[in-house]
Design a protein around this ligand. Structure first.
Ligand code: A2P
Length: 271
């Protein structure tokens, strides 16, 4: 039995459990973060990810890899309905979101994304922008819509007038960067948390508390950090371009961290 909340359902035919979103769709709990995977590095990373069992791929117009990602996904012969693809609306695109999502779909080579996110909260016009995403969902261009990098007050402002509650809030989360209030506000509204940079970008490599804990559990530091996010019931989006690390990072569903380990990691940023 996993710690965390009970939205997790395990489908035995899949390696990665799914979480049910507030709009009824399912999201695989682990996906490949693709920021900084560009050009010729995309195809081998996608191929490695697919053969390791990833079906969830997280991109953004800002990452400049949507075209290569779409091509690599098609080259691997999976059915569109078996994939979960997220893209994001970058602030420079806020003045014309309709053009932006059509551009993302054209580059990806698909007629919908599974998730479309506002990449950063806008300074002005937040409600009008969100209305456009609501329209994209109604038109079937995005199955689900959500936000990224929204703190509690950004969320409260959006929720004040929104017709559709965001399905997810994608946030920078790891034991050294643990935005508790944002997480609490999101969960209180039924918004699923997605953790990006769960490995803290490979910073904090010299944190012996974490290195020792990983050693005692017989797992890698990366697996420990990813498992912490999974056991909290969040979606985890580790980035790697290395086939070996990609395979290692999805191998986090066959073991459990004990409550003492979870608590230590929960308090690391305050210690
Ligand atoms: P690489 O792409 O060479 O594997 P984050 O997801 O927190 O942003 O972290 C990404 C960083 O962590 C990248 O530098 C990535 O390098 C590295 N990384 C990803 N997986 C592992 C792993 N299993 N072990 C060590 N480093 C990893």
């Amino acid at each position: 039995m996993l710690r965390g909340f009970s939205l997790c359902v395990y489908d035995e035919s899949m390696q990665v459990p799914s979480i049910k979103l507030n709009d009824g769709h399912q999201i695989p709990q682990l996906g490949l973060g693709t920021w900084m995977i560009t050009g010729e590095a995309v195809a081998p990373a996608v191929e490695a990810a697919i053969s390791a069992g990833y079906r969830h791929f997280d991109t953004a117009s800002f990452y400049k890899n949507e075209r290569q990602l779409g091509e690599a996904l098609r080259d691997n012969g999976l059915k569109r309905e078996d994939l979960f693809i997220t893209s994001k609306l970058w602030p420079a695109e806020f003045f014309n979101p309709s053009k932006a999502i059509k551009g993302a779909l054209e580059r990806l080579g698909y007629d919908y994304v599974d998730m479309y996110l506002v990449h950063y909260p806008p300074l002005l016009g937040a409600h009008q922008l969100w209305q456009q995403l609501e329209q994209f969902q109604a038109a079937g261009l995005a199955k689900s819509i959500g936000v990224s990098n929204y703190d509690s007050s950004d969320l409260e402002k959006l929720l004040d007038k929104a017709k559709v509650v965001p399905a997810v809030n994608q946030a920078h989360i790891n034991p050294w960067h643990y935005p508790i209030q944002t997480i609490k506000t999101s969960l209180a509204h039924g918004i699923v948390i997605e953790a990006y940079s769960p490995l803290s970008h490979n910073h904090n490599l010299d944190d012996e508390r974490v290195n020792e804990m990983a050693k005692r559990n017989g797992i890698s530091r990366a697996q420990l950090l990813i498992r912490w996010t999974i056991q909290h019931g969040w979606v985890s989006l580790p980035k790697s371009a290395s086939p070996e690390r990609i395979a290692q990072n999805i191998d986090v569903f066959g073991f459990e961290l004990n409550p003492a380990n979870m608590t230590t990691l929960d308090h690391l940023s305050k210690a």
